[in-house]
Design a protein around this ligand. Structure first.
Ligand SMILES: [Zn+2]
Length: 122
């Protein structure tokens, strides 16, 4: 199941999570997103054995509508739509940052990359 909005999970200051990916571009973007989350006091890392798989998915959609990126309700998978993504135009790490935010318990808002942040960056 896709979940574009996820509430009621661990919340800010959670123990953190680790991303894993087989793809070079997704790896670089995941590392950049993890670094950015560190500025918000969240522990996000990237490495083999990570519990959240970051993958390309050319067919990613919600009820038939293509979506750029999404996190799954199980919390173990972030998909990015390779058919919609435009290299050097779209911010790949921003999309991963946003989806990781949902896994950390952040909802949508206007504060940072479409999320509602509970505290300013360090
Ligand atoms: Zn979202």
């Amino acid at each position: 199941m896709l979940a574009l909005v996820m509430f009621g999970m661990a919340g800010a200051g959670s123990p953190g999570l680790t991303l894993a990916t087989e793809d070079g571009a997704l790896l670089a973007a995941s590392e950049r997103a993890a670094e950015e989350w560190g500025r918000y006091g969240e522990s996000v890392s990237v490495g083999k054995g990570g519990t959240v798989q970051v993958r390309w998915n050319p067919d990613l959609n919600l009820d038939g509508m293509p979506v750029a990126a999404a996190v799954y309700e199980a919390g173990n998978r972030i998909d990015v739509n390779s058919a919609l993504y435009r290299p050097n135009v779209d911010c790949l790490w921003c999309a991963i940052f946003h989806e990781v935010g949902h896994l950390l318990g952040y909802g949508h808002g206007d504060d940072h990359y479409g999320l509602s942040m509970t505290k300013p960056p360090a």
